[in-house]
Design a protein around this ligand. Structure first.
Ligand SMILES: NC(=O)c1ccc[n+]([C@@H]2O[C@H](COP(=O)([O-])OP(=O)(O)OC[C@H]3O[C@@H](n4cnc5c(N)ncnc54)[C@H](OP(=O)(O)O)[C@@H]3O)[C@@H](O)[C@H]2O)c1
Length: 268
């Protein structure tokens, strides 16, 4: 039997218990890699440094898909600054060869806006610390996850009406995000940003309508040219990727159907 042991690596997944992290760990293990899920719930805390030196021993690649517990600018900046300094220092000490981080399409533009723009200024600090470090890196910028559409609708809700911005959005399934992150993690460092996105583009209004209809939610939707994205004054294309983006395969309707079936199956 032919084996390919040399290509099997120890890959530490920071935020390995999260939505994307748990899927990345499963996908890397399925490919035969030694994927280690690392987060506070398993004794690894990038903010305090707890467990970092130990988990890095023998690691070739680190994937950071952790997130700040708060989206407010000050705590998010504190989270991404301190945790990235600790993480990159411990990777350098352990001889890690590739740092992969997950960020968001449009971060540079969103960082100049109000509202949730503060969170994106914190993500920009993260991206800059990675670029300035000595570790070869790949930054994967993803569009909004399908799993996040519920929160997008809630944030645009005003009483019994939803007033989304008139902008474009090209969301993707968390499963497709994880596939792309795992693929980047097992490849050579890009030393640049790569964008990933869903296979279809929508107007916010259209996307929210599909979501609410599938949930039998009767909120009225009124597209608002002055509508914001969590308080950020986005333009038509702030959230959509460039032409060279890698596209996922899972369509929103397909994901909605699977999510509905999972909900029905989970009912007692
Ligand atoms: N939401 C979107 O639509 C979207 C779009 C593009 C990119 N992103 C990016 O995707 C990334 C991951 O998002 P997600 O939704 O998968 O996150 P998530 O489900 O909220 O998971 C967050 C993870 O971070 C870990 N974590 C929190 N504090 C930590 C610390 N001090 N040290 C180490 N790990 C810590 C958590 O560990 P415990 O479980 O142990 O607490 C958890 O595993 C984020 O960086 C976000 O910016 C999100």
């Amino acid at each position: 039997m032919m084996t390919n042991e040399t290509s099997k690596m120890k890959i530490v997944v920071i935020g390995g218990s999260g939505l994307i992290g748990s899927k990345v760990v499963t996908k890397l293990r399925a490919q035969g890699h030694q994927a280690v899920a690392a987060s506070p719930s398993s004794g690894v805390n990038t903010l305090t440094g707890e467990g970092l030196a130990e988990v890095m021993v023998g690691a070739s690649v680190v994937v950071d898909v952790s997130n700040s517990p708060s989206f407010e600018e000050t705590p998010a900046t504190e989270f991404f600054t301190t945790s990235n300094r600790n993480l990159l220092n411990s990777e350098a000490a352990a001889g890690v060869k590739h740092h992969v981080a997950l960020s968001v399409v449009g971060t540079e533009d969103l960082a100049r806006m109000g509202g949730v723009g503060g969170y994106f200024r914190a993500k920009l600090v993260q991206q800059n610390l990675i670029k300035e470090s000595s570790i070869p890196y790949s930054i994967v910028q993803a569009t909004q996850f399908f799993e996040f559409v519920k929160d997008i609708a809630s944030s645009a809700t005003d009483g019994d009406k939803v007033r989304p911005a008139t902008a474009l959005i090209q969301p993707m399934a968390a499963d497709d995000v994880a596939t792309a992150v795992a693929q980047v993690a097992t490849g050579s460092p890009l030393n640049s940003i790569v964008e990933i996105a869903g296979p279809e583009q929508f107007r916010f209004e259209e996307l929210i309508r599909l979501y609410l209809r599938a949930r039998n939610d009767s909120r009225e939707i009124i597209a608002d040219p002055k509508g914001t994205y969590f308080g950020a004054e986005i333009t038509e294309r702030t959230l959509v990727p460039r032409e060279e983006a890698i596209l996922g395969r899972i369509k929103f309707a397909e994901w909605l159907k699977a999510a509905q079936q999972a909900t029905i199956a989970a009912k007692p």
